[in-house]
Structure formats: C-alpha cells, structure tokens
Ligand binder design. Structure first.
Ligand code: 0GY
Length: 295
C-alpha cells in the first residue's frame, strides 16, 4: 500500500468540542459529514487534491452521540475518489444509523451499485469545485444518472455560487431529487436579497426537486467564529422559505479549512438561530433527512 503523509498545513478536527446548549430533537440527523480513512486501512485516492488527517467512523459516531444526534449521512469525500470502501465500512458498522452518498464513475456496474445500496448508499455526489476535482463533461454525469435511475437515488451537487449561472441548464435538467451542498456557497458579504443569492432562491422556487443543505457557516463566514453572524440570514432565509427542503449537517471533519477549525458544539448552537421554532427544527433535523435517506 502507498504510504501517505498528511498535508503539512492540514488543520485537523477539534478533538474536544464544547457541549452544545441546544438539544436537537429525538432522531436528529447530521446530514453532511465525512470519514477519512484511516489511510492505512482505506487508502486515499491517487488522484486526490489533498491528504487529510485520519478521521474514521469511531470518532464520527462518538461525535454524533456527544452532540445529541441519532444518525449520520456520510458523504464520500474527494480524497477517497471513487473508492467507497471507507464509506461502506462506516455505513455497515453504523447499525442502520448512517446512510451514504457515494462517488461513482460512469463505468460503475449494476453489481457495484447494488453493493453500495445494500450498505446504505442512497445518492451520488457530483462535485464541480475545481480545487477538489478535475472537471468532466455533462455526458459523464448523465451516464451516471442513467445507471442510478433504477435505484431511485438522488444527486448531491457541490459548486461555487459564481458557477450557478453557467451550470443552470445542467442542474435544472437533472431528473432526480437534487441536494445542493452548503447553500450553493454564497458570498455572504453580498446582500441576502441581492442578485447572487436571488439566483439560488430562484432555483429552489422554480424547481421543487431541489433541496439545500444549510451547512458550513465556518467555510462561508467572513465575520467568523463562534457565532458566524453573517451566514445566519442566508441559512434562515432558506429554512423559513423552504422548510420541507432543507437539511443540516456538521461537515465534520471539516476538510480544507484554512482560517480556523470550528468547534462542532458551536455549530450545533447555531441551529436555533437559523431554524427558530421547534416545528422548523423538527423538519430540518428529522423529517426532511428521514424522508430522503430512510424513507
Ligand atoms: C465539504 C467541503 C469540501 C471538501 C469536500 O469531498 C471533499 O473533499 O467536500 C471543501 O473543501 O470545500 O463539503 O466537505
């Protein structure tokens, strides 16, 4: 097996986050998190753009319990490429308390897909962030859609806000449920009612198959930790306008953070600011993810 060394400037997750004051409702789902390795057991992909610190399933499940959550949706991270073994191992060890989103190639076989499904995978991720993956033609993604169609899976898309206009026709052509990572990564220094976020809201207004993760204040914020005030209006706008089409997650172990490593307890304490009522919290944390991933 190829030896690996964590990137020298890699920021590792906080090993002892604070206990959140907010108590999630029973059955709450952390609907965006990852597992990394451990690399000695599940090697990082040769084509990866970064080499992280190991962040395996045991640590993820311990964090889930500590933060007061019941379930996880584990999203295949780009450092593992289309090798979903670490993801499947975590799903199988979760006692049905985790579902997965895989990365597959356009050559994936029906046998590989049914193995992923049996382990708990319910979707694939298409990543358009150029610092993470090399771009592929639209036909590549359509070929994957054709292969996953029989399984009823959905598609997760990750892109930068500036790319939404160019990719609009492709994104709106997807026939499945489409889950957008991190609110389409808005520039939160721009107005929440301005044209850039307006385009994202229009996407959700016009396409009822689009769901947004109201995640990653730590990645989007310019005002910073621990309160991430500038991100709150963006997330709250989506939660209040589309209460049945939003998901929340930690993004643990927070790959590629350079400014700081968030305290996961503080991220949980943001939830009542973006979903201010018990009814909104129930939809965001329980009903919506349960329908998409366990329904
Ligand atoms: C995230 C965000 C990032 C990384 C990945 O799969 C990944 O490598 O998703 C990022 O660097 O913005 O959702 O974890």
């Amino acid at each position: 097996m190829e030896a690996f060394t964590m990137d020298p400037d890699w920021l590792c997750f906080d090993p002892s986050p604070s206990k959140p004051k907010f108590r999630p409702p029973a059955g709450a789902v952390d609907a965006h998190c990852h597992v990394f390795g451990p690399g000695d057991e599940f090697p990082y992909a040769p084509e990866r753009k970064y080499t992280p610190c190991d962040a395996g399933k045991d640590k993820l499940f311990a964090l889930r319990d500590y933060l007061g959550f019941d379930r996880n949706v584990i999203v295949q991270a780009t450092c593992h490429g289309a090798d979903n073994r670490a993801l499947m191992d975590a799903l199988r060890a979760s006692n049905d308390k985790a579902r997965g989103v895989a990365t597959v190639r356009d050559t994936v076989s029906p046998g590989e897909l049914s193995e992923l499904h049996e382990a708990g995978v319910r979707g694939v991720r298409f990543n358009f962030v150029r610092r993470l993956v090399d771009p592929k033609p639209d036909a590549y993604y359509h070929a994957i859609i054709d292969r996953i169609a029989p399984l009823g899976w959905h598609v997760v898309i990750y892109f930068e806000a500036a790319d939404l206009e160019e990719r609009w026709n492709f994104f709106t052509s997807l026939p499945t449920t489409v889950v957008v990572d991190h609110m389409g990564r808005p520039d939160v220094t721009k107005p929440v009612d301005g044209p850039e976020f307006g385009r994202f809201i229009r996407l959700m207004d016009e396409y009822e198959n689009v769901v947004s993760k109201v995640t990653c204040p730590e990645r989007l914020s310019k005002s910073g930790a621990p309160t991430y005030d500038d991100v709150v209006p963006f997330a709250r706008t989506l939660v209040e306008r589309f209460p049945d089409r939003v998901l929340w997650g930690t993004d643990w172990p927070h790959p590629n953070m350079t400014s700081h490593m968030p305290d996961d307890g503080h991220l949980v304490d943001l939830i009542p600011r973006i979903a201010p009522t018990a009814a909104l919290q129930q939809k965001l944390l329980v009903d919506n993810p349960m329908q998409i991933y366990w329904g």
